[in-house]
Design a protein around this ligand. Structure first.
Ligand SMILES: NC(=O)c1ccc[n+]([C@@H]2O[C@H](COP(=O)([O-])OP(=O)(O)OC[C@H]3O[C@@H](n4cnc5c(N)ncnc54)[C@H](O)[C@@H]3O)[C@@H](O)[C@H]2O)c1
Length: 252
C-alpha cells in the first residue's frame, strides 16, 4: 500500500493523541507531513524530524479562516501541494460528561465550532489545491457515538453525526474532481488527551471493553491502518463511507 509515491498529508490536531499517531505512522511510510495544531507543533515536528522523516508544523486554529488559509499556503510552498487532508482536530477529551440539560449554549456552540466548522474551513481551503492537482483525499475523524446514541455528551455526539453527514454530501460534490471524502469512526480510544483527562476512569467497562467483539482497550495505533488505506491509491473508488474502527462494537 505504501510503496506508492510520497504524499503530502495535512493532519489537523496532529501534534498529540490520535493525530500524532497518524503523523508518525504516515511519516515512517515515507509521506511528507503537515502538522496543523493549536499547540505543540514545534515539539511534534522535531520528534518526526529527529527520526529523519519529513514534516513541517504550522500553528493553526481550525476555526480561524486566516489560520487555515496560511496553513494551506505553507504546505503548498514547502511541498508543492496537498494530497490528503485529515480532519482530526476536535473537542472531546476536554469535555465533561453531563446530562443534555446541563450543557450551556456556549458549550454547544464551541463544540460545534471546532468539530464541524473546523473541517468545513479546512476542506474549503484545501479543495482548490487538490482540484489544481486533479486528485485528493479528505478523511474526517468522526466517532461511533452518533451510531450508538451515546448519552451524556449530546453536543459532541451531534457534532460527530454532522461529520458523517458532511462526509457523504461533500463526497457527492467532489466526485467529479477525483477527490474522495471518507470518515473513520473510532471507538473510545486511550489517546494522550483521554489519559490526561481521566475520562477513561469514568467510562463504564461496557464503553471501554465489553461491548466490543475484541474485548480490549483501543489505542491510537489501532486507527492508523484504516487511515493509511483510505489515503492510498488503492482506495480511489471508495467515497462517502464511514469506517468504524472500534474492535467490532458497532456494525455499519
Ligand atoms: N479519544 C477517543 O476516544 C475518540 C473517539 C472517537 C473519536 N475521537 C476523535 O478523534 C480526534 C482526536 O482525538 P484525541 O483523543 O486524540 O483528542 P486530543 O484531545 O487528545 O487531541 C486533539 C488535538 O486537537 C487539537 N485541537 C483542538 N482544538 C483545535 C483547534 N481549534 N485547532 C487546531 N487543533 C485543535 C489539540 O491541540 C490536540 O492536539 C478528535 O476529533 C476526537 O473527537 C476520539
Amino acid at each position: 500500500m505504501m510503496s506508492e509515491q510520497s504524499k503530502v498529508v495535512v493532519v489537523t490536531g496532529g501534534a498529540s493523541g490520535i493525530g500524532y499517531a497518524f503523523v508518525e505512522y504516515l511519516a515512517r511510510a515515507g509521506h511528507r507531513m503537515v502538522i496543523a495544531d493549536l499547540r505543540g507543533t514545534e515539539e511534534a515536528t522535531a520528534r518526526i524530524r529527529n527520526q529523519g522523516l519529513a514534516a513541517i508544523g504550522v500553528t493553526t486554529d481550525v476555526v480561524k479562516r486566516d489560520d487555515v488559509e496560511k496553513m494551506v499556503e505553507a504546505a503548498s510552498k514547502e511541498y508543492g501541494g496537498i494530497d490528503v487532508l485529515v480532519n482530526n482536530a476536535g473537542l472531546f477529551t476536554t469535555l465533561s460528561l453531563k446530562p443534555f440539560d446541563r450543557i450551556t449554549e456556549q458549550e454547544w456552540m464551541r463544540v460545534m465550532e471546532v468539530n464541524t466548522l473546523g473541517p468545513f474551513l479546512c476542506a474549503k481551503a484545501v479543495v482548490p489545491v487538490m482540484r489544481k492537482k486533479g486528485s485528493g483525499r479528505i478523511i474526517n475523524i468522526a466517532s461511533t457515538t452518533p451510531i450508538k446514541g451515546t448519552p451524556m455528551m449530546l453536543h459532541y455526539v451531534a457534532s460527530k453525526g454532522a461529520v458523517i453527514a458532511f462526509t457523504r454530501s461533500l463526497a457527492k460534490e467532489l466526485g467529479n474532481d477525483n477527490i474522495t471524502v471518507n470518515a473513520i469512526a473510532p471507538g473510545f480510544t486511550l489517546s494522550e488527551g483521554v489519559l490526561q483527562s481521566g475520562l477513561h476512569e469514568k467510562m463504564p467497562d461496557t464503553a471501554r471493553k465489553t461491548s466490543r467483539t475484541i474485548q480490549r482497550d483501543q489505542v491510537p495505533e489501532d486507527l492508523v491502518g484504516a487511515l493509511a488505506f483510505l489515503a492510498s491509491d488503492e482506495a480511489g473508488f471508495i467515497t462517502g463511507q464511514t469506517l468504524a474502527v472500534d474492535g467490532g462494537s458497532v456494525f455499519l
